[in-house]
Design a protein around this ligand. Structure first.
Ligand code: ABN
Length: 175
C-alpha cells in the first residue's frame, strides 16, 4: 500500500470509529454522568417548593396570637406573651376573683366552649400582645356581658397585668 492508500484508510477508519454505535453510546454516557455532577450545583430556586410543601401558620391554633380561637371575646393583654400561660398568671400576679365569660367556637373539633377570661392582677400592665376580641359582647351598661372592664376590681391589688383564657364548659351540640 502506498502512502496515499494508507492515508485514506486511516481517515476512513477514524470516521467509522467516530460514527460507530459504541462511540455514540459513549458520548451519551459522558453527557449523562456530566449532568449528574453539574446540575445539582446550579442555583435552583427551591423557595417556592418549600412554601408549597409547608402548611401555612394557622394563628387560630397559636395561643400567642389574637386570632387564637379561645380569644374570641378577650379584651386585654395575653398572659402567654407576659410570662404566664393560657391558664396560669405570670409569677408575681394573682388571678382575678371575678371574671368575664364568653363562648368561642373551636374550629378543630367543631364545638362551642365557655371561656373564662380572668385578669391577672398585682403587677404593672404587661402591654404585650394587646387583643380586642368582642364576639357576643354587649354594651357596657350590662356589666356581665361586657369585656372592657378591669376584673382586678375585687382583688387586694387592683392593678391589671394580663388576661388568661380557661375553658370552663363545653356547649351541647344538640342544644
Ligand atoms: N379585662 C381586661 C381589661 C383590664 C383593664 C381595662 C380594660 C380591660
Amino acid at each position: 500500500m502506498n502512502w496515499f492508500d494508507r492515508f485514506f484508510e486511516r481517515q476512513s477508519r477514524g470516521a467509522a470509529h467516530r460514527s460507530s454505535r459504541r462511540s455514540a453510546i459513549t458520548r451519551v454516557g459522558k453527557l449523562v454522568v456530566g449532568s449528574a455532577f453539574t446540575l445539582p450545583v446550579l442555583p435552583f430556586d427551591r423557595i417556592g417548593l418549600a412554601n408549597a410543601a409547608a402548611p401555612k401558620h394557622d394563628k387560630r391554633n397559636d395561643d400567642t396570637a389574637c386570632e387564637y380561637w379561645r380569644y374570641c371575646a378577650l379584651d386585654g393583654f395575653l398572659c402567654t406573651c407576659c410570662g404566664g400561660s393560657i391558664t396560669a398568671c405570670p409569677p408575681g400576679t394573682e388571678v382575678s376573683k371575678v371574671t368575664w365569660v364568653g363562648t368561642c367556637h373551636n374550629p378543630y373539633d367543631g364545638k362551642d366552649y365557655l371561656i373564662s377570661y380572668n385578669d391577672c392582677c398585682g403587677a404593672v400592665t404587661c402591654n404585650r400582645c394587646g387583643c380586642n376580641g368582642n364576639e357576643r359582647e354587649r354594651p357596657g351598661y350590662r356589666m356581665g356581658v361586657h369585656n372592657d372592664i378591669n376584673w382586678c376590681m375585687t382583688n387586694s391589688s387592683t392593678t391589671y397585668h394580663c388576661t388568661v383564657a380557661a375553658i370552663v364548659g363545653v356547649g351541647d351540640p344538640q342544644g
